[in-house]
Design a protein around this ligand. Structure first.
Ligand code: FBP
Length: 255
């Protein structure tokens, strides 16, 4: 599959704007944003530096007007559940394609007591996506009762590797803690592109330092949400982040 054809990858890099938090985290994340209006996030995603916007089916059906490349999540979960992590199907690949998806997104909780179910569901999604010529982005977040530290170097590298071995085109992983760990995660993923999951909003410079570190370490870019759309000056900040992804600029240069 030529990932560049989908538009979600450009010159080997990605800048994905993620906005599935209303489901995954609940209203708190949205309240912390300058506006609750999903149209605002699609507006930010229209920026040419953004290679795709990632949302659940309902937001795509209601608000997407073809203005950006689109990743439709095909599974998800809420923060209201208990028990071993599991992300349930929310959309078929066929429906995602009808809505205009340029790729599909799948959350995988490797290491969960329910990983077997998710492996099987991922196989079906990945094979159907291949048949439709759609790339697959794996939110690869190993977690569950058997995992002590889901942000440790080994666990993040494991998640990156899982994406490669299960056939994802892009892995979205948490920050592994250091440049060395990021280099290892990128290497573990082989030809699968690794993107940084932004995490909770941090300081202006702090997040840029993190972006710089992982981009230098071989990550292909970012799949970021709160660190962009929870900022008052989202577009200005996005521009800084984009310069780091596309121009390899340093935090000092962009600030
Ligand atoms: P952020 O950049 O805001 O962290 O978004 C990335 C993301 O993967 C979202 O797509 C998703 O809703 C959320 O993080 C999942 O976070 P958690 O690790 O809490 O399940």
């Amino acid at each position: 599959m030529d990932l560049e054809d989908s538009g979600i990858v450009r010159d080997g890099r990605l800048l994905i704007l993620a906005y599935d938090h209303g489901m995954e985290h609940g209203p708190g994340d949205l309240r912390a944003a300058p506006t609750l209006d999903p149209e605002r996030v699609f507006e930010i995603g229209r920026n040419e530096d953004v290679t795709a916007v990632a949302v659940q089916k309902g937001l795509a059906e209601t608000y997407y007007e073809g203005e950006a490349n689109l990743i439709v999540k095909v599974n998800g979960s809420t923060s209201m559940t208990t028990g071993e992590p599991y992300s349930a199907g929310t959309c078929s690949v066929e429906r995602a394609a009808e809505i205009g998806a340029d790729a599909v997104g799948f959350t995988m909780y490797g290491g969960s007591g329910r990983e077997g179910e998710m492996f099987e569901e991922f196989a079906a999604v990945q094979e159907t996506a291949r048949a439709h010529g759609l790339p697959v982005v794996m939110w690869s977040y190993p977690r569950g009762g058997s995992i002590e530290d889901d942000q440790s170097r080994d666990v993040i590298s494991y998640g990156a590797r899982l994406a490669l071995e299960l056939g994802a085109d892009v892995a979205k992983v948490k920050y592994p803690g250091s440049a060395e760990a990021a280099r290892e995660a990128a290497a573990m993923a082989g030809e699968t592109k690794v993107t940084l999951s932004g995490g909770a909003k941090t300081g202006d410079r702090e997040f840029l330092e993190t972006v710089h570190e992982v981009v230098q370490a071989g990550f292909a870019g970012l799949a970021v949400g709160r660190n962009i759309w929870q900022r008052e000056e989202a577009e200005d900040y996005l521009e800084k982040v984009a310069d780091m992804v596309w121009e390899r600029a340093t935090p000092d240069e962009v600030l």
